[in-house]
Write a protein that binds this ligand. Sequence first.
Ligand code: A3P
Length: 364
Amino acid sequence: MTNNLQVFRWVKGLIKEAAPEKKVMTVYYKPIPQDDLSPPVSPNSSCLRFSRFRLATFLVVAALAVLFVTLSCLNGGWDFRGSVCLTPTDSALVHNVVTTHSPLARQVLPHCIIIGVRKAGTRAVLQYLQLHPDVAVAGYEVHFFDDNVNYSQGLDFYRRQMPYSLKHQLTIEKTPAYFHTLRVPERIAKMNNSIKLILVVREPVQRLISSYVQLASKKDYFPTFEEKVIDPDTDGVNENFKPVKRSLYYIFMNRWLKHFQLNQIHIVDGDLLIRDPFQEIYNVETFLGLEHKISKDTFTFNRTKGFYCLKLDDELGKRTKCLSKSKGRKHPAVDPEVLIQLRNYYKSANDLFFQQVHRRFKWS
Ligand code: A3P
């Protein structure tokens, strides 16, 4: 009877030869006689104790996994169409899925505005930033601060023009008309005087030519570049042609510096942006306090376009995405004397701008 009541505690071992029933088992249970008369415990119930432990471990691991997935989802977003969490890269590429489907997405006032300058590469900067998983960009130019009708509708109207974004994302809009519109700096400062601003500048004559090409592209007939920029009466530069004045950056910068600190305004070199987009966008990431997630490999030079384009690998497959046809247009050959005249015209204005921003650009 005592033998029948013999209580065994089964201990899991790792010694191969000791398992009596199965000779080649790697795991065995060694009986240890117990002297007390506690109720008999079967090997199975002892295993159960291990199972409970395993179950508890499993539950903890599962809970941690759920937490991890949830955090990943918050970081990358959730694709309800595919019912999968998006990786940061996915979320950048299927931005609209995240923004329109995530219950966590909301519209907030921008953390950063690309304020100009027109035709200096503002679209390229926005398009590159859109690749960053921690950025949500407005898909169109909002024209809130420069348009009195829009402005009169108030900040809630403005907020509703912003893209849907997740909590960790920075919202960015670009409206290049802001840079040269009189009341805009004051209005933006009134909304948020610690906002970050990005200004893209380009060699003033190239920017002027680009502006001219854009205007000409909208008309069946348009005077030549030389006819537009040189005043036939004085043979001087025609300051009545608006794009001429818009390359006088210091005039407008002066207004912005009345409302913002210089360190709030990051200046992108639009000429370098064309030649080395990775470096310029790296600097923008730094300015915005973003992790450097836009890689050099993303950019590929497209000979046909004559500009860098983006290498994408998303739900539409591997492909190259360039900016639209309206970006990177062919420029006309300009009379070299007019070019010299224009460069001289901008020289002192450029110097004033360099002093304002404590930085020199290679504009000769
Ligand atoms: P052009 O079309 O005259 O060459 P914005 O977006 O501010 O209107 O600026 C347009 C300019 O961005 C273009 O002017 C072009 O020079 C410049 N740009 C910079 N990177 C570009 C890119 N990757 N593809 C096309 N244009 C680019």
